[in-house]
Write a protein that binds this ligand. Structure first.
Ligand code: 13P
Ligand code: SF4
Length: 300
C-alpha cells in the first residue's frame, strides 16, 4: 500500500476526519476530507460526527476545533506549526489594553491563542470580520481589534470608525510588495487582483477584490474573468486551479510562503493517525470562555 492508501485505511479505522487549510501542500489538500478557510474549517469541526479530527493547519486552528468539539480527539500532525501573528499578543497584554479602554468591545481575529480568545467578546475571521464588528457597534462605542493591524485597519475603514488596534501582522503577507502587484498587472493586463485582508493597505489599494481564502476560490470560480493575480499565501493556487481548471492564476509574490503551513506532510499525517499525536488540549476554564466568542461569531 502507498502512503495515501495507508492514511485512508487508518482514517476509516479511527473514524477520523482530515481537515486542511487552503495553504496546505497540494498532497495534503488532496487527501483531506475537507479543505477551506478558517471560518469553514471551524464550522466543519463543530459539525462533524467523527471521533478524531486530524487538523492540517496551524496550532490556533486545531485549538479552535478542540474548543468547538471538546469531546473529540483533535491532533495537529506537527506541534511546531504555529502562527507568528497569533503569538504577537498574549492574554496579559490584552488584559492591560482592556484596562486602558474600559467599556470597549473586544474582538479577536481567529489567529489568536485560546487564552487570548478567552479575553474577548467576539471572535472573527477574515470572511466575517466586517459583519461581526457591525454587530458589535450596535452595543459598543469603542472597538479593540487584535492582533492583525492590517485586517483591523481594513475593517475600520469599511465601517467608518476608528478602532484601537494592536501592532500584529502576518509576516508571510507582509512579504507581498505593491511593486510586485504592479509588475504582475503589467504582465497580465486582463487579470483581476484578489488580495487577502492580511496584506498591507498599499497592496489592498491595488486589489479588485479583498477576500478570505475561501472567498477568493469562490469568486474566481464564479467570475467571468479568466485570469487572476493572487495576493495571499501561494498554497491556495492548488485549490483555485482544481476548482477552476480552465482559468489562470498568478501568485503576486513567490515569497508569500508560510513556513508553518508547510510543516505538515503525508508522513506526519500518517503518524498522527497511527499514534494519535499530537493531541491538542485546552483547559475547560479557558475553553468555555473562548467558546462563547466563537459561537457568537458562528451564529452571525
Ligand atoms: P483565511 O483562510 O480564513 O482567509 O485565513 C488566512 C490565514 O492566514 C490563516 O492563517
Ligand atoms: Fe499565520 Fe500568516 Fe501563516 Fe496564516 S499565513 S498561519 S496568519 S503566519
Amino acid at each position: 500500500m502507498n502512503i495515501e492508501e495507508r492514511i485512508r485505511e487508518l482514517r476509516r479505522d479511527r473514524k477520523a476526519v482530515i481537515l486542511a487549510h487552503n495553504y496546505q501542500l497540494p498532497e495534503i489538500q488532496d487527501i483531506a476530507d475537507f479543505v477551506g478557510d478558517s471560518l469553514n474549517l471551524s464550522m466543519k469541526a463543530a459539525q462533524t460526527d467523527a471521533d478524531m479530527i486530524v487538523f492540517c493547519g496551524v496550532h490556533f486552528m486545531a485549538e479552535t476545533a478542540k474548543i468547538l468539539s471538546p469531546e473529540k480527539l483533535v491532533v495537529l500532525p506537527d506541534l511546531s506549526a504555529g502562527c507568528p501573528m497569533a503569538d504577537m499578543i498574549d492574554a496579559g497584554q490584552l488584559r492591560e489594553l482592556k484596562k486602558e479602554h474600559p467599556g470597549a468591545g473586544v474582538v479577536c481575529y481567529v489567529n489568536t491563542t485560546a487564552e487570548v480568545k478567552a479575553e474577548c467578546d467576539y471572535c472573527c475571521t477574515s470572511a466575517n470580520a466586517e459583519r461581526v464588528v457591525r454587530k458589535m457597534l450596535e452595543r459598543y462605542e469603542e472597538i479593540i481589534f487584535v492582533p492583525d493591524k492590517h485586517l483591523g485597519h481594513y475593517v475600520s475603514q469599511k465601517v467608518g470608525r476608528g478602532f484601537i488596534l494592536w501592532n500584529g501582522f502576518c509576516p508571510t503577507h507582509a512579504r507581498i510588495m505593491p511593486e510586485e502587484i504592479l509588475k504582475q498587472k503589467s504582465l497580465h493586463p486582463k487579470a483581476l487582483v484578489l488580495a487577502h485582508p492580511e496584506c498591507t493597505s498599499e497592496v489592498l489599494h491595488l486589489a479588485d477584490q479583498i477576500l478570505s481564502t475561501e472567498g477568493m476560490c469562490r469568486f474566481a470560480a464564479d467570475s467571468t474573468a479568466d485570469e487572476f493575480i493572487v495576493a495571499t499565501e501561494v498554497g491556495i493556487l492548488h485549490r483555485m486551479g482544481k476548482l477552476s481548471p480552465t482559468k489562470r492564476f498568478y501568485p503576486a509574490s513567490d515569497l508569500a510562503v508560510c513556513p508553518n503551513m508547510k510543516r505538515i506532510n503525508l508522513e506526519k499525517v500518517l503518524r498522527s493517525l497511527e499514534e494519535k499525536v499530537f493531541e491538542i488540549t485546552v483547559p475547560e476554564e479557558i475553553s468555555s470562555r473562548a467558546r462563547a466568542g466563537i459561537e457568537k461569531m458562528l451564529v452571525l
